[in-house]
Design a protein around this ligand. Structure first.
Ligand code: 5RP
Length: 222
């Protein structure tokens, strides 16, 4: 029986095999955040001479990439990337995701938007039929926290402030449980339209293009 850690390692390794043909001396790779993305970074170090640089979706990943000897560029220095690789808190069969358990959702969404392909890597426990059991993270400007929380409560959600946590952008996170996510694209847009919301953790309008999910019987590609 493989542990969750073994499965995450397998997913990270599968992503490395998947992106290997995309590595050229000019290629810049988009890199996500989290424990699965960390394992991907560790493996990417083996390929560091085969591509130019990476763009990180968090300070945490930027540090790990730098320690692995990989050049980290600011997104403003980069026009396009062949691929963005990241984990997820939940993913469904449509490749819509909930992300932001690590609090990096805003930069993740921005970096992913510049990449041609989004590769989601996860262990099979992240695959769900319906999104929403994992509380949906919403990054808010601190001044808007209560105003946004009241609107979310009126939509049936239960917002909880992530205590003691400040995002890389200097903002706060509301973790929202109890929302019914029947139309993920519509909800993603609705939440993003609330004044003071920076980003919400629904990645549906731009979901993953490929998911490499590690199972007890090998990699499942969606
Ligand atoms: C961070 C994220 C992560 O991708 C998500 O939380 C999954 O993390 P892990 O690989 O540790 O399970 O969205 O903001």
């Amino acid at each position: 029986m493989l542990s969750q850690q073994d499965l995450k390692e397998q997913a990270a390794e599968a992503a490395l095999q998947y992106i290997a043909p995309m590595l050229t001396k000019d290629a810049v790779i988009g890199v996500g955040t989290g424990s699965t993305a960390d394992l991907f970074i560790d493996g990417l170090a083996r390929y560091r001479t085969q591509f130019r640089a990476a763009v990180a979706s968090s300070e945490r990943s930027a540090k790990r990439l730098t320690e692995a000897g990989i050049l980290v560029l600011d997104l403003n220095q980069v026009e396009t990337m062949p691929v963005y690789v990241d984990g997820a808190d939940e993913i469904n069969a449509k490749l819509h995701m909930i992300k932001g358990g690590g609090g990096a959702l805003t930069r993740e969404k921005i970096v992913a938007s510049v990449a041609r392909e989004f590769v989601c890597i996860a262990d099979e426990s992240k695959l769900v039929e319906h999104l929403g059991r994992f509380p949906l993270p919403i990054e808010v400007l601190p001044i808007a926290r209560q105003a946004v929380a009241r609107v979310i409560a009126s939509l049936g959600g239960k917002p909880v402030l992530r205590e003691g946590f400040v995002t890389d952008n200097g903002n706060q996170i509301l973790d929202v449980s109890g929302l019914t996510i029947s139309d993920a694209c519509a909800l993603e847009q609705q939440l993003n339209n609330l004044p003071g919301v920076v980003t919400n953790g629904l990645f549906a309008m731009r979901g993953a293009d490929v998911a490499l999910l590690a199972t007890q019987s090998g990699i499942r590609k969606l």
